[in-house]
Design a protein around this ligand. Structure first.
Ligand code: SAH
Length: 221
């Protein structure tokens, strides 16, 4: 029998704590069962430093190094629910800001393929190891400035931006017809989570409430 640390980590007795987190998300209004199952199946403690793993199932953002954070589970669930939009399964999803890889791992359970970009090479390397460990072979990663999207894989059925400020036009242009983009935008001194849908009639915008994300930056690190 394999007794390696990483192997034990995957099956750790965090099942109960994870179920408690799922109940809390349900109480906060997350109702899409596909999203709740994806959260239940994703071991968030593997996406943070071991010193923080006891706090992994609290509904809070946590530091992941290099001044970045793993998003709050509620926000991950809200963004995933919003990008799923209708009942149809999602084909291709682009994420800007891989960070720890947690949001991408949740997306990987509700979408056919996830394309995720990160500007900080060191964070991306750790995220890649986690996708490998969890057998998430439908996640493709790229060390790149996500402001340019991923032109060779466009168009996307969904785009999720996990760093805040503004939405570059190139991302909207890479949305498929009927596709949905979720991003934090700076509006009146606040960050608001905005859902943009590309319809035949044009772009439809919906405000999903206030959020706090680290800034979207240009260039590689
Ligand atoms: N989705 C992540 C959240 C990480 S925080 C998670 O689940 O853990 C946001 C990330 O966006 C940071 O790692 C930051 O480095 C990255 N980021 C900021 N601007 C970026 C850009 N232009 N292109 C790609 N990644 C970017």
């Amino acid at each position: 029998m394999q007794t390696g640390r990483a192997h034990k980590g995957v099956g750790m007795t965090s099942d109960n704590t994870r179920q408690r987190l799922v109940r809390r998300l349900r109480e906060k209004g997350i109702h899409d069962e596909r999203v709740l199952s994806a959260i239940a199946a994703t071991p968030r403690h593997l996406f943070v430093d071991e010193a923080l793993s006891s706090r992994a199932y609290e509904d809070t953002a946590l530091p992941i190094g290099r001044g970045q954070t793993i998003s709050q589970p509620y926000v991950v669930a809200l963004m995933t629910q919003a990008v799923l939009a209708g009942d149809a399964p999602l084909g291709k999803v682009l994420e800007v800001g891989t960070g720890s890889g947690y949001q991408a791992a949740v997306l990987a359970r509700v979408a056919g393929q996830v394309f995720t970009t990160e500007r900080i090479g060191e964070l991306l390397r750790s995220a890649r190891q986690r996708f490998h460990l969890l057998g998430l072979h439908n996640v493709l990663t790229r060390h790149a400035d996500g402001l340019n999207g991923w032109p060779t894989q466009a168009p996307f059925d969904g785009i999720v931006v996990t760093a805040g400020g503004f939405v570059p036009r190139s991302l909207v242009d890479q949305l498929a017809m009927g596709g949905t983009l979720i991003a934090p935008e700076a509006i009146d001194g606040q960050q608001r989570l905005i859902r943009t849908r590309r319809l035949e009639s044009g772009l439809e915008r919906q405000d999903l409430g206030e959020v706090v994300f680290v800034p979207l930056l240009e260039g590689l690190d």
